[in-house]
Design a protein around this ligand. Structure first.
Ligand SMILES: [Zn+2]
Ligand SMILES: [Zn+2]
Length: 199
């Protein structure tokens, strides 16, 4: 099934650990953002993603756009929407991509609930798998306007994270980045030690 899909879709699956409709949606949203910003290679633009969801849809942004948590290029401001703002730190240009409304049928939702509870027959599970695969295929192949919306937005993008000094906590001896240090009895304390009650 994956043979006809682009190579980076495979990378996204490997990173996420399973294939699911949310992952496919995130993949399409991330691609659409990249195109709308006019980039082919995400490294060109020093992109930053502000995610309104922290579920399956978020992971493709880390792979397709290189907006990983560790690089300080992914910020989560949950609103419960499958929406993501992607901006370029160099040009200041930004777009917000969002999935268009889509509802599974009541029957399909009921079947999914039964599968989640583990109480399904083999036949029902096969039906669930087939429907799910069909939906994933649909998400991966629908034209953009039937699946998602892209809107230009003006936002203030988060600043690059500075490098911090890491002094040692004078109570436990562990190193801690400066903004997280506290004061206790006039000494440097980590958060854990700052609130520790002296016995
Ligand atoms: Zn998933
Ligand atoms: Zn400490």
């Amino acid at each position: 099934m994956t043979a006809t899909y682009p190579e980076d879709w495979q990378k996204v699956i490997e990173f996420h650990g399973h294939v699911c409709p949310g992952l496919a949606t995130g993949y399409r949203l991330a691609k659409a953002a990249l195109v709308a910003l006019g980039y082919k290679d995400p490294e060109e633009g020093d992109l930053v993603t502000i995610a309104e969801s922290d579920r399956c849809t978020i992971d493709p942004f880390q792979i397709v756009l290189g907006c990983t948590i560790g690089k300080g290029k992914l910020y989560i401001h949950s609103t419960g929407k499958q929406a993501f703002t992607v901006g370029c730190r160099q040009s200041g240009k930004a777009v917000r991509v969002i999935q268009l409304p889509y509802n599974y049928s009541a029957e399909s939702n009921a079947l999914t609930k039964r599968v989640m509870s583990g109480r399904v027959s083999d036949e029902e599970y096969r039906r669930y798998k087939t429907a799910r695969e069909a939906r994933i295929h649909e998400i991966l192949t629908l034209p953009d306007p039937e699946l998602l919306k892209v809107e230009p937005v003006s936002v203030v993008l988060p600043e690059k994270e500075p490098i911090h000094d890491s002094p040692c906590c004078e109570f436990c001896g562990e190193q801690v980045m400066e903004p997280w240090t506290r004061r206790r009895e006039g000494k440097i304390a980590c958060i854990g030690c700052a609130v520790a009650v002296v016995r």
